[in-house]
Design a protein around this ligand. Structure first.
Ligand code: SAM
Length: 281
């Protein structure tokens, strides 16, 4: 693909700003313009959209989002070394890109979004991808401030997000994401597409908020899934003991079979369990 804008090629930007990738920051840069454009398309149409991007790095995906017409991109980056490179993109797209220096785990991105529709799009740093997703699906109030998330994860994490009961990938993340969103894997991205090359394949996932998820307390759901999947092969009457109360009573209130195992319980079952826990505490 030819250039998406008049800015210098990403390799040159990386060289000029000496952005040698740091493993501790989960830095695997995507330099293939076909792929960054494909991710931006998957998040589209973007014409009226506010986009929150986590970890813009040297700005490849950021540029694709802006070239695809995003009304405004708010990009949160932890690595100060990237700021000078990102400032060049700000200058190229006046009033359309805001760069926030900081840790996305500690920043409430919704406060930077002043109009709808809003979307979260990111090639996530693998070391904080799961806590970020758990925070976003736990947003309050619900429906949330975003209308879709298009996120790149390691393939194995993507499989856990979309997994259904009975599969080996089904776990806490499947329940938390499945409770409030509809998630699907859109496409895989080979390790060779990144610089430096990671050990594993990645996948782009699209998650759309369910307008009316089954009502339950998010923290209670997090607690029951943590207890149940902490010992996923044990029966619930055993694994739920870590909650510090009588599992038999909780399971009876939730209408669940005490001999069932976490990996076979659908999202609705965990919601019933979370309600039972919330009632009991
Ligand atoms: N978006 C770029 C791309 O696609 O080439 C870079 C993606 S790289 C996988 C992840 C980016 O997230 C890096 O730029 C890294 O510095 C940044 N990052 C890591 N931890 C972060 C955090 N807690 N908050 C914000 N950004 C973070």
């Amino acid at each position: 693909m030819s250039a998406v804008d008049d800015l210098p090629p990403l390799r040159e930007v990386i060289r000029r700003h000496d952005l040698r990738a740091k493993k501790s920051l989960g830095q695997n840069f995507l330099l293939d313009l076909n792929l960054t454009a494909r991710i931006a398309r998957a998040a589209g149409p973007l014409d009226d959209a506010y986009v929150v991007e986590i970890g813009p790095g040297p700005g490849g995906l950021t540029r694709a989002l802006l070239a695809a017409g995003a009304r405004r991109v708010v990009a949160i980056e932890r690595d100060p070394r990237c700021l000078a490179a990102l400032a060049e993109i700000v200058a190229h797209y006046p009033d359309r890109l805001t760069v926030i220096e900081g840790d996305a785990l500690e920043i409430d991105a919704s406060t930077y979004v002043t109009a709808a529709p809003a979307r979260i799009v990111a090639n996530l740093p693998y070391n904080v991808a799961t806590p970020l997703l758990v925070a976003w699906v736990g947003a309050a109030p619900w429906p949330p401030w975003y209308d879709a998330m298009v996120l790149m994860f390691q393939r194995e994490v993507a499989e856990r997000i979309v997994a259904t009961p009975g599969s080996k990938s089904y776990g806490r993340l499947s329940v938390l994401a499945g409770w409030r969103t509809e998630a699907r894997i859109l496409f895989d991205v080979p390790a060779a597409a990144f610089v430096p090359r990671p050990k594993v394949t990645s996948s782009v996932v699209r998650l759309e908020p369910r307008p009316t998820p089954l009502p339950c307390d998010r923290r209670a759901l997090e607690r029951v899934t943590q207890a149940a999947f902490g010992q996923r092969r044990k029966m619930l009457r055993q694994s739920l003991k870590t909650l510090g109360m009588d599992p038999a009573a909780l399971l009876a209130t939730a209408g669940l079979d005490p001999t069932a195992r976490a990996e076979d319980v659908p999202v609705e079952g965990f919601v019933m369990l979370a309600r039972a826990l919330a009632e009991a505490t």
